[in-house]
Design a protein around this ligand. Sequence first.
Ligand code: G
Ligand code: G
Ligand code: MN
Ligand code: NA
Length: 249
Amino acid sequence: SSVRIELGKALIENQFSLHFQPLIDARTGAFSSAEALLRSQSPGLREVTPAALIATAETSGQINALTEWTIETALTAITKLQTSPIGVNISPVYFRKPEFVSRLMDKLLLARVRPELLTVEITESVLIENLDAARQSVDRLREIGMKVFLDDFGTGYSSLSYLQYFELDGLKLDKSFLRTVGDRRKTNQIIRSMIDFGHSLDMRVVVEGVESDWQVRLLQLLGCDLLQGYEIGMPMPLDELLVYRDLAS
Ligand code: G
Ligand code: G
Ligand code: MN
Ligand code: NA
């Protein structure tokens, strides 16, 4: 497809950047960390959303080069932030590569980044497809010291039995939880239950898609650990994140 061709050009010409969206501590409001989100400056990709870009890259195989670039760029950002963790989205396609964990470790060593400062965001699908292999990878990442968060939680599978097999550091509740489509009281009860659910499995709970002040106050009351969303901060270039962090802490 033309997106695939434009993506290839953008990779060769290095027309990508990362934006960083802040996460804050729900109790204190203090800056906690940020999530790296891929953006493209390529004129040929102007009309293509990040989600569509990733989807094309996943079917074409370009996701491997793109993920390597993302990891390396995020590690450089971590060395500039020094003490703040960064979360990186890892596509299932890349996660499934047998050499994924060792490559990640090589990159950490090369960049001289403490593993504790890197959070790996994965989605449910990688955990379900191949339980044993996925558990090995997750365990190795965590033994090295990285944090592993389950992203987009609540959008995929209704089965939760796979969670028995994994030790994870955190759960990111998908932004759709905040969208009230019916009874506001029910919405709140569901979010409360999901937060308690995460805590009962020793996970920190992030709610994504926080877009208003009342949602911030509600999530504080419900015991949420970390907040992310436009109300907290937009995805922004690294230099802006540095300013944001200094103002927020
Ligand atoms: O800003 P937002 O439109 O960035 O991102 C859209 C989707 O693309 C989200 O599901 C997000 O997780 C995903 N995404 C953003 N950046 C990356 C990335 O670097 N790697 C992967 N695999 N997914 C990403
Ligand atoms: O799938 P993942 O959770 O990694 O991707 C995060 C996506 O959510 C990105 O596309 C990001 O731009 C988007 N996003 C971040 N904050 C908000 C928000 O408050 N509202 C909405 N609608 N999207 C958000
Ligand atoms: Mn994510
Ligand atoms: Na998510």
